[in-house]
Design a protein around this ligand. Structure first.
Ligand code: FES
Length: 105
């Protein structure tokens, strides 16, 4: 079950630029990305099948699903190519005094 709220998903300092990590936010597993010091959060599970997007290669604002290669925009969750045709959810994330806070609506 997923609960709405604001969740601390980790330390900003622990996520280097160009890296991703998975974290639990109220029952929702989110993939958190650092792109040049800005942080983004999307649902970790690919919209095509069961794969963890935080385990994909990150190139700028794109993450490539490790299973079949669809790319998603980490800013919006938009699926940019096949085989995924649906976006993944994107979440508001803030850096509050070094703590990354994700809002689950
Ligand atoms: Fe991600 Fe297929 S599981 S593209």
């Amino acid at each position: 079950m997923i609960s709405s709220g604001r969740y601390d998903v980790g330390l900003a300092a622990s996520l280097a630029s160009g890296e991703a990590m998975a974290s639990n936010a109220g029952g929702e597993v989110v993939a958190v990305f650092n792109v040049d010091g800005s942080f983004y959060a999307i649902s970790d599970t690919c919209s095509h099948a069961e794969a963890s997007l935080s385990e994909g290669d990150v190139d700028g604002f794109c993450v490539m699903c490790p299973l079949h290669g669809s790319e998603f925009d980490v800013r919006t969750g938009e699926a940019m190519n096949m085989p995924a045709t649906s976006p993944v959810e994107s979440f508001h994330i803030e850096n509050e005094d070094g703590n990354l806070i994700v809002t689950i609506p």
